[in-house]
Design a protein around this ligand. Sequence first.
Ligand code: FE2
Ligand code: FE2
Length: 186
Amino acid sequence: MRAHLAQRHRFEHTVRVARLADTIAQAHGLDARAARTAGLLHDLARLYSTERLVQECAARGMPIDDFERANPIVLHARLGAELARELFGVEDPAVLSAIAKHTVAAADMGPLDCVVYLADGLEPGRDFPERAALAALAHRDLSAAMRATLEASMRYVQKQGLSVAPQTAEAARRFGIPQEAFHCPN
Ligand SMILES: [Fe+2]
Ligand SMILES: [Fe+2]
């Protein structure tokens, strides 16, 4: 995995994500090994160029939606799940799903999906004021942490002048964030 990522910064991020995913999973009686595996492998395609992301997804017959077409970087999550299977022999659907949903979240998120989404956004290398409080919350209440983290992430995306992915907006709705709280382009 280290060889595949070939960048110290990204490797260290994945180790921190794996560790945080492990403790969050344990706090909720979930499979810590699956959480660590998903954490370690979640960013396999993160350093691919946008051209390569689109190309490799197309080569596998993966559909690419309008948001992904406009923001190809988010494809690293779904492509990463494919690579975890192809290169590392991961077959556990929960692990593959957590990798695939770690960036823009999804309408249907199981417990491991939430654990990895939260660990990616809240690992200690992330630098924003609510990080530590949200990481603590993630160990106590997955849904509350998802609500708060999705909200923080949508605020950030909008502050950057970017649009919220439809999958993220849908996840926000499912976790009970009122729609007025964010401007959804779709
Ligand atoms: Fe990522
Ligand atoms: Fe990541």
